[in-house]
Design a protein around this ligand. Structure first.
Ligand SMILES: Cc1ncc(COP(=O)(O)O)c(C=O)c1O
Length: 373
């Protein structure tokens, strides 16, 4: 099996722990373990027996997840190691060589690379900058075919932070229904909406829907490596038996802590803490951008901790990022990782002072490039 490099993850894996300012992250500044647990829970945690956990996720955790998807119960849920494993299993289970996948772009490129490595035919449909990163449904209608096995979307979207409207969701469902295609919706940023209004998402809108989510982004708990798949029971059962081959089970400590994070009161506390950080920091980023109004264009993200910024400088995005890396020890993601040169993806979920210090260093590089131009 030939596999293409997952460029963004490789870049992050290589550099994120070596740079002084990592602004490539797409999640919010992570929580501390002690912020998640009270005294009794901490006691329970250290008394946990470190055996295998229930391989598809404990009943407590699947119960808490199913509360987020009305009409589902614990047999509609498979707990995975991160939403990346949920994506992996969804594609591995449902897509074969020669089958057709329509993929929303730009996107987190995991599904793109995976589907292609399995020999599937991947057809893109685009979020349009001129439509404030909404999809053009006419384009989707044109490319769908009787061979389309699946349509994969990311909502809220990485990298643009755009949220699909109810109208777009309905439109995508209609197109999928016409040819009986599955919809795979990666909703790992759901809960990180800046206005606090949770993305409606695809669950309950169509029978052939798989929704993937997790705690890494909106919940600021990437280190727990807890994700999930929500789908029809038959698909979840099939995916569970694939999970036997991938990682068997989530870690028992992670499963326990995830159940705490999803208790209604704690969940609300986490989401409002994160929303506050995101709104404060996005305002700082916008102020910074306004100091360079001639250079940058941002369609304001509606969710997540990432800003996808178009820049007007005569330098390729990878070259710009490499310059920042080596000269200023700052890491951001080049638009090239999404097949879109002259964009950068800036993570703004970090602590305020850290973010500002990173932006100052980017400023220095911009001035140097401009003075040479
Ligand atoms: C859209 C999207 N899906 C999935 C993932 C994987 O996240 P994790 O496995 O940490 O939950 C990411 C990570 O950046 C992402 O942006």
């Amino acid at each position: 099996m030939k596999i293409e490099e997952f460029e963004m993850e490789r870049l992050q894996s290589t550099w994120e722990n070596r740079v002084k300012y990592n602004l490539s992250e797409s999640g919010v500044h992570p929580l501390l373990l002690k912020e998640l647990t009270n005294k009794d829970e901490l006691e329970e945690l250290i008394s946990l027996r470190l055996g295998y956990s229930q391989t598809n996720g404990t009943i407590e955790l699947r119960g808490a997840i199913s509360q987020l998807y009305p009409g589902s119960d614990i047999d509609n849920i498979l707990v995975t190691n991160g939403s990346s494993e949920a994506n992996f299993i969804s594609i591995w289970t449902n897509l074969k060589a020669g089958e057709e996948l329509i993929l929303m772009l730009p996107n987190y490129m995991q599904i793109w690379g995976l589907a292609r490595s399995l020999g599937a035919k991947v057809k893109p449909f685009y979020l349009k900058e001129e439509l404030n990163w909404a999809p053009d449904l006419e384009e989707l209608k044109k490319i769908v075919s009787p061979n389309t096995k699946m349509i994969a979307v990311c909502d809220p979207n990485n990298p643009t932070g755009a949220v699909l409207s109810e109208k777009s969701i309905k439109g995508i469902v209609k197109v999928a229904d016409r040819v009986g295609a599955w919809i795979l919706s990666d909703e790992v940023y759901r809960g990180a909406e800046l206005n606090g209004k949770e993305t409606p998402g695809f669950w309950g809108k169509y029978e052939k829907v798989i929704v993937n989510g997790g705690l890494s982004k909106a919940y600021a708990l990437p280190g727990l490596r807890i994700g999930w798949m929500v789908g029809p029971k038959k698909i979840i059962a099939e995916s569970w038996s694939r999970h036997d081959y991938s990682t068997i089970a989530p870690g028992i400590i992670n499963d326990y802590l995830a159940s705490l994070a999803l208790k209604p009161e704690m969940r609300q506390k986490i989401l409002s803490r994160n929303r506050k950080i995101l709104n404060t920091n996005l305002a700082l980023v916008k102020k910074w951008l306004s100091n360079h109004a001639d250079l940058f264009k941002l369609i304001s993200p509606q969710a997540g901790a990432i800003a996808f910024i178009r820049y007007n400088l005569d330098i390729n995005s990878t070259q710009l990022i490499i310059k920042l890396l080596h000269e200023k020890s700052v890491l951001i993601v080049p638009g090239d990782c999404f097949g879109m040169d002259h964009f950068i993806r800036l993570g703004y979920g970090a602590e305020k002072d850290y973010l500002l210090a990173g932006l100052d260093l980017i400023d220095e590089t911009l001035k140097e490039i401009q003075s040479k131009g």
